[in-house]
Write a protein that binds this ligand. Structure first.
Ligand SMILES: N[C@@H](CCC(=O)N[C@@H](CS)C(=O)NCC(=O)O)C(=O)O
Length: 213
């Protein structure tokens, strides 16, 4: 398998974590968002939206959209499971994933920030305020969800990593980049610290990618 990835792309980061947790071998092909390589026709022939990541299973099979890639990995390589057995529990894990993927990440995406910067004239302080606003909105709700779950241990759900952690950790890294104070989210912080003791998460971290600037 070949993953088209950029070290700082949180959607690529999600897929790297899942591939590592499942112990799968993959090659990484670097597409630099900083150099706008995702706008080049060659990459857009693979991913019509020009977003990262793309997972190439073989030359004729390309998967796009990280939620679809992660669900495919889960079905194709069920062990270790990243979803609990119980369907109600699965809905809880997917709710955390959706809170991050639908309600936080898209608002802080490169193309959105570029529009705010270049077309609407926001400066870097205002851009950081914008990013922090949507991260705080999502994280304060998530912190309440995590507080309410009495079964939770050191992960978002249960006692092993799930898709919820696969989505959360890259979003925490992104929040750090936008200088969001994470000390006000003790549960999120605890999950982050714990996941980062695991090799699968360490290997997937942006700073450990060969294209890290
Ligand atoms: N829903 C998509 C979003 C993909 C996405 O937005 N990726 C970012 C990198 S984290 C990207 O390629 N952004 C390019 C841009 O905004 O110009 C997914 O989860 O795969």
């Amino acid at each position: 398998m070949k993953l088209y990835s950029f070290f700082r792309s949180s959607t690529s980061h999600r897929v790297r974590i899942a591939l590592n947790l499942k112990g799968l071998n993959y090659q990484t092909h670097f597409i630099s968002l900083a150099k706008n390589e995702h706008h080049q026709a060659e990459y857009q022939a693979l991913h019509p939206q020009g977003f990262l990541p793309t997972l190439e299973i073989d030359e004729s099979k390309l998967l796009i959209q990280s939620p679809a890639i992660l669900e495919w990995l889960e079905q194709q390589y069920p062990q270790p499971a990243l979803l609990p057995n119980d369907v109600l529990a699965q809905a809880k894990v997917r709710a955390i994933a959706a809170l991050i993927a639908c309600d936080i990440h898209p608002l802080n995406n490169k193309r959105v920030l570029e529009h705010l910067r270049l077309n609407l004239g926001l400066n870097e302080i205002q851009i950081n305020e914008w990013c922090a606003k949507w991260i705080h909105a999502g994280f304060s709700a998530l912190e309440k969800i995590l507080e309410q779950d009495s079964q939770r241990t050191k992960f978002c759900y249960g006692s092993a990593p799930t898709l919820a952690d696969v989505y959360l950790i890259p979003q925490v890294v992104s929040a750090q980049r936008f200088k969001v104070d994470l000390n006000i989210y003790p549960k999120i912080n605890e999950i982050y610290q714990h996941c980062m003791t695991l090799e699968a998460f360490q290997k997937a971290a942006p700073e450990n990618q060969a294209d890290a600037i």
